[in-house]
Write a protein that binds this ligand. Structure first.
Ligand SMILES: *[C@@H]1O[C@H](CO)[C@@H](O)[C@H](O)[C@H]1NC(C)=O
Ligand SMILES: *[C@@H]1O[C@H](CO)[C@@H](O)[C@H](O)[C@H]1NC(C)=O
Ligand SMILES: *[C@@H]1O[C@H](CO)[C@@H](O)[C@H](O)[C@H]1NC(C)=O
Length: 429
């Protein structure tokens, strides 16, 4: 304040004020956390966190928004993540883990879960879907399989009781091994042991107008039989494709064939009104010596070509007018995932924010967590810029006579400019 009073005594010309002003605006823009709004990329990304070396959610929020990612899928409802995306346009799918599914059969538990993990974030964080369980029919937990639909129904009713039905979808994500037959696509059928669960589950999805989610990995087919599965067909590279003899539809890639086999299986159980979305797909950039094709080159080709198809808003041969809706797996390499080495190499990014391969996806991962009290040189540098900008703002504000423009107003730089141009025109004292 002492500085402000002194400079108030000797007033510089309007022109020099404008120069100072430009500097201030630049400083405010630099310190003022200006991140591009998400609108560009129509791809979704799975944000898995089975790792002990990942950046904090607030840094990841910068990374995703700087990449213009508009859809993120979580495997839980991590409050740190959901809070880090308040007031952004990013859409979220949140999850109830398999270990919590059976508890949700109790309507009171489902309501408590929604009230704690979903409702407080709405509408500032755009939660649009809840997945109840992940790949439940892949395992052999019969109690879990039996509880899945009742848990989904409780979650749906809890949303309805809170007036949120229609704003948040309720579904579950399946592994492709629910399929008994998947080729040709028109012959797609669920496994016989899955059908008794699937029939009522489809009835629910149809009633709740919620999508059917499937995790599809053409990589698994390639890895299982690299000698016979053509690489070009699984990597979306130019190839003659295969024709479904029943429908005469031609498939130039395995992912679309898998999705259409799911549509056929759903139709065989009497439903044509349910959208199929790809809740996971990806390709590992590394693996064990016996895991064929797990290289950065193939992973980059798969993801790069998939991105192109998504940008083209392509549909599958069976649903050409419905653009494929895809969540890529995954944002980061996750170092604590069990299983073969490939499981720890599905990330688009290393934990330090550098891309694993170049498919034109680049983002800015801030070097430090601004929301925590970490004192590094970078944070101090930014803080000193912000403090300096605030000092200059303070000085300017004391100079001005009413009506003073409001600093809180988003159009502040403009009103400030007009304040001073007015000042120079009328020659205020
Ligand atoms: C989910 O399950 C875990 C492990 O059993 C438990 O610790 C946690 O409290 C459960 N969460 C909810 C919301 O029920
Ligand atoms: C499920 O299968 C695994 C092996 O696939 C087996 O170890 C386990 O005992 C089975 N559990 C049940 C409940 O059958
Ligand atoms: C819910 O799913 C349906 C079917 O896929 C979709 O049309 C709708 O936009 C989804 N609702 C929200 C809130 O995302």
């Amino acid at each position: 304040m002492a500085v402000a009073e002194r400079s108030g005594a000797r007033r510089p010309s309007s022109r020099s004020i404008v120069v100072v002003l430009l500097l201030v605006v630049m400083l405010i823009a630099d310190g003022g956390v200006e991140v591009p709004r998400a609108e560009g990329l129509s791809i979704g990304i799975n944000y898995g966190q089975i790792a002990d070396n990942l950046p904090s959610p607030s840094r990841v929020s910068w990374l995703l928004r700087s990449m213009q990612v508009s859809k993120v899928k979580l495997y839980d409802a991590d409050p740190h993540v959901l809070s880090a995306f308040l007031d952004t346009d990013v859409e979220f799918v949140v999850g109830i883990g398999n270990e919590n599914v059976s508890a949700m059969v109790d309507p009171a538990a489902a309501q408590a879960w929604i009230q704690r993990h979903v409702q407080p974030y709405l509408p500032s964080t755009r939660i649009t879907c809840i997945t109840v369980g992940n790949e439940v029919f892949k395992g052999n937990d019969t109690a879990l399989k039996a509880n899945l639909l009742p848990a989904m129904q409780s979650v749906y009713q809890a949303l309805a009781a809170l007036g949120l039905q229609g704003r948040v979808n309720v579904t579950t994500a399946h592994s492709l091994d629910i399929m008994g037959t998947s080729f040709p696509p028109s012959a797609g059928a669920f496994r016989a042991d899955v059908v008794p669960y699937m029939q009522p589950l489809l009835g629910f999805l149809s009633m709740a107008r919620s999508p059917f989610l499937i995790n599809c990995y053409p990589y698994f087919a390639y890895k299982a039989d690299p000698g016979n599965v053509p690489l070009a067909y699984v990597l979306f590279q130019p190839n003659a494709g295969v024709t479904d003899t029943n429908t005469k539809l031609n498939y130039d890639n395995m992912l679309y064939a898998q999705v259409d086999s799911v549509y056929a299986a759903i139709q065989a159980l009497g439903h044509t009104d349910i959208d199929v979305k790809i809740s996971e797909t990806g390709w590992p950039s590394g693996g064990d010596p016996d895991e064929a094709g797990a290289t950065p080159e193939y992973a980059g080709t798969y993801i790069g070509n998939l991105l192109q198809r998504i940008e083209m808003k392509q549909g599958t041969p069976l649903r050409p007018s419905v653009p494929i809706d895809v969540y890529v797996f995954a944002l980061f390499n996750e170092n604590l995932k069990p299983g073969p080495a490939s499981e720890r190499h599905y990330g688009l990014f290393y934990p330090d924010g550098t891309p694993v391969y170049n498919v034109g996806l680049r983002g800015y991962l801030p070097p430090m967590d601004y929301s925590r009290g970490t004192r590094s040189k970078v944070v101090q540098y930014h803080l000193s810029l912000i403090i300096m900008a605030n000092h200059i703002r303070c000085v300017l504000y004391i100079w001005m006579k009413p009506p003073k423009p409001s600093f809180a107003d988003p159009s502040f730089p403009i009103t400030l400019f007009s304040y001073f141009s007015h000042d120079s025109d009328t020659g205020r004292q």
